[in-house]
Write a protein that binds this ligand. Structure first.
Ligand SMILES: Nc1ncnc2c1ncn2[C@@H]1O[C@H](COP(=O)(O)OP(=O)(O)OP(=O)(O)O)[C@@H](O)[C@H]1O
Length: 234
């Protein structure tokens, strides 16, 4: 279980989070939603200690980020986006590296087959399309076998078939007991896979249970400015 207490963070005078507290259970998939520039990526980075925060508690399965950083980090996987892949290394290099660093027993060939990546497994990252690189990122998450997966906009650049494929993978990971926090602007997908959705608003998190409601409608209610709501109602 990921547990966060009193998390505050600012970029100089730009307050992004003010005393935020939340937890994510094992086997729970939480969607992370907000308009551009609100703080989704910042939150994911804070949870991996990539940005400093004086949160009173930031624990993963009882292990404190600041007291046992390596043990904490070994339980999670996060790679911000495909720009952080090594252009001159192959897909195989990346997956082998992750398997080794995370002491994972996951079968790389099985992951590559299941994601339909066999055709470019030996290719260098710089020769791949955005959608292919998104598949490489997802494969790295799977190969890490980490308990907690923090995933930033995994559906960007994917075709509809791949989006459905990724949704199936997320649901399967949930069945395996993984905890996931996944940011996305694809509200229909968020509605299909999430147990809860964290909407970021006013420097805090508004958690909404997914009861099958229209998540785009929830988004619009939350973020449409008062004037726009008035204009729509007349
Ligand atoms: N390194 C930085 N230095 C200063 N400000 C930053 C830095 N990184 C992000 N910010 C600011 O923090 C805020 C939140 O950015 P963040 O990237 O977390 O948003 P986001 O919700 O992930 O956006 P998007 O949907 O566009 O990816 C923005 O106002 C951004 O300008």
């Amino acid at each position: 279980m990921l547990s966060v207490n009193d998390l505050s963070f600012s970029f100089k005078k730009n307050v992004i989070f003010d005393q935020v507290s939340f937890s994510i259970n094992d086997g729970e998939l939480v969607g992370l939603v907000a308009p551009n520039g609100t703080g989704k990526t910042t939150l994911l980075k804070l949870l991996c200690g990539l940005l400093p925060t004086a949160a009173t508690t930031l624990t993963l399965n009882g292990i404190h980020l600041y007291q046992h950083r390596t043990a904490y980090l070994r339980q999670l996987f996060f790679l911000e986006n495909s720009n952080q892949l090594y252009a001159d290394l192959t897909v195989a290099d990346h997956l082998t590296y992750v398997r080794s660093m995370w002491h994972s027993a996951v079968d790389i060939a099985g992951v590559v087959d299941s994601l339909g990546m066999a055709g470019y497994y030996r290719k260098k990252i710089k020769t791949l399309s955005l959608g292919m690189k998104q598949h490489v990122l997802l494969a790295m998450y799977l190969v890490s076998d980490a308990q907690t997966l923090l995933i930033d906009e995994p559906l960007n650049g994917l075709d509809p078939t791949s989006i459905q494929q990724f949704e199936r993978v997320f649901l399967a990971l949930k069945q395996q007991g993984k905890s996931m926090l996944i940011s996305s602007h694809q509200m229909d997908s968020v509605g299909r896979v999430s147990d809860r959705v964290f909407f970021l608003q006013n420097q805090t998190i508004v958690p909404i249970e997914n009861t099958g409601q229209d998540m785009l409608a929830v988004y619009n209610t939350m973020y449409l400015k008062a004037g726009e709501q008035h204009a729509r109602s007349v």
